[in-house]
Design a protein around this ligand. Structure first.
Ligand code: RBV
Length: 425
């Protein structure tokens, strides 16, 4: 472990060069964020502000961190999941002067130790993925509230947590729900999760997807993305749901819908994407087929009840990286990937850079907006806020341009037509 008090704690600083090359690769695929870096590098709107971040330490996050720093921010960072930190990226960031506390495979105690180090000096802004940092600040650091201007949240689960805090009147500073921006959820959650989840499953198993009964629990944006990609690879996709409209959409999109009780008996590969606990539990594991592969792509490791699986098992061993083989009392073997933690980040590299480009452009803009409001003396309410919808069109427009794509604009007559309610048949 390489540790410099107050500056970094990472697994191995000698991995920095490898990490640096991967960051450069991500930069070449994140034109929107790189354009923001170029646009604001001289002005440095973040100068004088400290951002504490708690988000997966990946090559894409490194591009976000270095963009914020290039635009003047002081940054202190921790990972937001025990298995998602890429040690070479953490090393490259530490080596480049980023205050970072993150390594792959830390335990719960170390996880919160890392978060605490990022707020040893109080931040002005918090940037979360899953709300663990903002929750820590609210629970244990009441004294920092006057210092903090606002925050942002990256993911669906975190936004749910924050809305619950907001409804309870417990939120003490304004937070942008970056997840809820169209250029985030409609791309990252669908195409990002879709591809990276399959990527994680393949790296951990190298299994054939074609012809398999592929069960996806949850048909929200993430589940839909996974189902779409699995179908495209020739799987027979089965959806389990608790929400009638979501189940109906799945049916009309050509998926089979059944209960988990039924799906457990026929599935070859299972992925949970619900945000709910105990989606696959003991009663399901015992009825699964020999060799079933089970994983989760939701933010927290609560969707698979692995405690019940362990109780039903006589043996467990790592059969390959990120793949644990359980032998059940009934003699069957079940393979659990990444110990039920989000398989796309634990067993693969998370979402591709191209989609994170838009998610992180939204993060950048959220923090810029918080600072601008602060400097203008605007008193933002202590609630969960949406980013302005115009921002989605701006981000999408830049993204299209960088892809060499052009779209039409309305003629003056069309604009008039669009607002003329008297025009009918
Ligand atoms: N996520 N980040 C990455 N490559 O850095 N991949 C996925 C990456 C984020 C994604 O935005 C999602 O909302 C969150 O991880 C789930 O924790």
């Amino acid at each position: 472990m390489d540790h410099k008090e107050g500056q970094y704690k990472v697994r191995d600083l000698s991995l920095a060069e490898e990490g640096r090359k991967r960051i450069e690769w991500a930069e070449s695929r994140m034109p929107v964020l790189m354009q923001l870096r170029e646009e604001f590098a001289d002005e440095k709107p973040f100068e004088g502000y400290k951002i504490a971040g708690c988000l997966h330490v990946t090559k894409e996050t490194a591009v976000l961190i270095e963009t914020l720093r290039a635009c003047g921010a002081e940054v202190a960072w921790s990972g937001c999941n025990p298995l998602s930190t890429q040690d070479d990226i953490a090393a490259a960031l530490a080596n480049n002067g980023t205050e970072i506390y993150a390594w792959h495979g830390l335990d719960t105690e170390d996880f919160y130790w890392c978060i605490e180090r990022t707020i040893d000096t109080p931040p002005h802004l918090t940037l979360d993925d899953g709300a663990d940092l903002i929750f820590t600040v609210h629970s244990d650091h009441e004294d920092m509230m006057d210092h903090i201007i606002g925050g942002s949240e990256e993911t669906t689960t975190g936004v749910h947590r924050l809305r619950a805090m907001d409804n309870d009147g417990k939120l003490q500073y304004p937070v942008y729900a970056v997840n809820d921006a169209e250029t985030k959820w409609d791309f990252d959650n669908v195409y990002g999760t879709g591809q990276s989840t399959i990527d994680g499953i393949l790296r951990a198993t190298s299994t054939l997807i074609a012809g398999k009964n592929f069960v996806v629990a949850g048909y929200g944006h993430c589940g839909r993305g996974v189902a779409m990609r699995a179908k495209g690879m020739g799987a027979n996709v089965i959806i389990t749901e608790v929400k009638a409209t979501a189940a109906l959409k799945a049916t009309l999109e050509g998926m089979r819908v059944m209960t988990m009780e039924e799906a457990a008996k026929v599935g070859d590969i299972f992925v949970t994407a619900t945000g709910m606990k105990d989606v696959i539990r003991g009663e399901h594991f015992v009825t699964m087929k020999e060799g079933a592969i089970v994983c989760n792509t939701g933010h927290y490791d609560v969707e698979l009840n692995l405690k019940e699986l362990a109780e039903l098992s006589t043996d467990a061993r790592m059969i390959r990286t990120d793949n644990r083989e359980y032998t059940l009392e009934n003699g069957k073997k079940i393979y659990v990937l990444a110990d039920g933690r989000l398989v796309n980040l634990a067993a693969a590299e998370g979402h591709p850079s191209e989609v994170m480009d838009m998610s992180f452009a939204n993060q950048f803009q959220a923090h810029l907006a918080l600072i601008q409001a602060h400097e203008a003396g605007d008193d933002l309410p202590n609630v969960v806020m949406d980013l302005p919808v115009e921002l989605d069109q701006e981000i999408a427009q830049v993204k299209l341009e960088t892809m060499g794509l052009r779209i039409d604009s309305l003629t003056d007559e069309q604009v008039t037509y669009a607002t003329d309610y008297s025009a009918g048949t």
